[in-house]
Design a protein around this ligand. Sequence first.
Ligand code: NAD
Length: 497
Amino acid sequence: MTLATPLAAALLPAASGIDPASCARGLYIGGEWLWPAGRASIPVIDPATEQLLAEVPDASVEDATAAVEAAAQAAAAWRSTPPRRRSEILRRCFELMMARADDLAQLIALENGKALRDARGEVAYAADFFRWNAEEAVRICGDFMPSPTGANHIIVDYEPIGVCVLITPWNFPAAMATRKIAPALAAGCTVVLKPASETPLTAYALAAVCAEAGVPPGVVNVLTTSAPGPVTAAMLADARVRKLSFTGSTQVGRVLLAEAAKHVVSCSMELGGNAPLIVFDDADLELAIEGAMLAKMRNGGEACTAANRLYVQSGLYERFAAEITARMAALKVGRGTDPGTECGPMITLAAVRKLERLVDDALSRGARLLCGGARPNLPGFFYPPTVLDGVPADAAMACEEIFGPVVALSRFETEDEAIALANATEYGLAAYVFTRDLARGLRVCRRIETGMVGLNRGLVSDPAAPFGGTKQSGLGREGGTQGVLEFLEAKYIATPL
Ligand code: NAD
């Protein structure tokens, strides 16, 4: 391997404060920035302008093996580092991220396209995983009990699971990485992070934060590749890798579960969603609209928890439809880094084409367009905030993740009907319920088949809460006390009384 050389060519000036090229120094392996000889580059495109922001190295299988080697070499020292010390380093990561919050938000807004206000929210959320897990690192307790037979004591220790491979998507480039790195490090594990190629710069910026905070070389390694399949397969085949923590689509999650099964590698899977948002006649309309806008439009709709299907009871339907259409139509669309932007571009042209397909399909099945629907003739991957009225249950957008600024409205009459509609999906990540009747709210929450429900609230994400899905939306939980457990193995010791 050779040390990285600075990249000079064809780089855009930063929108402000941060130079994207400064985050593209190379792969981060064993505490060094490396651009191995002969490796090609992966272009990082600004989705608002379609221009080149930076280039990052395209890691090979050999580089992935070097990253696993670095993580394995660092493992013994890191697992025996006192929990208090690990906690202090994680706390320092939190502090450094918050000190650089503006620069990190700019970087996220540049490479992902999301509005700065969303990017700032993401940085605070992402940093909080370091703070929360700094607090968890010193509270990993074992169990101790007499055996019911009276023959022995049962001692249970929790040990770091081993080297972890972490794979993250582009839609929350900071938060999806810290939601894995922080609990893994708290548990005493070392990691190799493979971020999405669309948004690698934030991942490398986080690696720099970790290094500055005192994370020892090899404990966190980051690599980018255009061949995630073979690179991940090689890492999972390495006997030193004991954990795969993946966030991304259900489609890719299924492939990785099969790959991990070959080597019996423990898996945590945070996969796709198709969240229903149910508004009953007795809901506080203003609260429901605020909640729906947040649940739908955080990140321009590019969120796994995004409200995909909005079911509104007949008595409130017309008023809700008029109000949400007014709110959606008034959103300011623009470059994420421009002040005042409320909805940035989608991540790629393919994402825009998917939205066009879903909207055309719904219209062909009888839905009515209330606003938006026509893509502007501009550079950048923009799609306007759109509202569709009367989306039928057989429309593609009722079954697939929309992942964009499209509100799909449908009417319902009874509670049972709303629950049946909400559960008529293979996904089970998040749901939202709006009603003033607390008993009904809790009853509906219990009957909905998802891992998370927002009751009179359009946001469920919280580092202190267990985030995750049921059904085809995933396995395991991130955040809360459960998040660290994913990176620990229980060791049972039987000893005579
Ligand atoms: P994706 O599945 O296409 O990619 C996710 C990651 O997997 C990327 O890093 C990608 O490079 C990598 N990848 C792709 N093919 C791979 C392969 N064969 N082997 C190994 N890695 C591979 O998803 P995306 O488009 O980046 O992200 C959007 C998806 O992520 C949506 O479905 C969304 O719902 C989901 N998501 C889920 C959560 C959650 O917490 N449940 C959070 C955010 C996003």
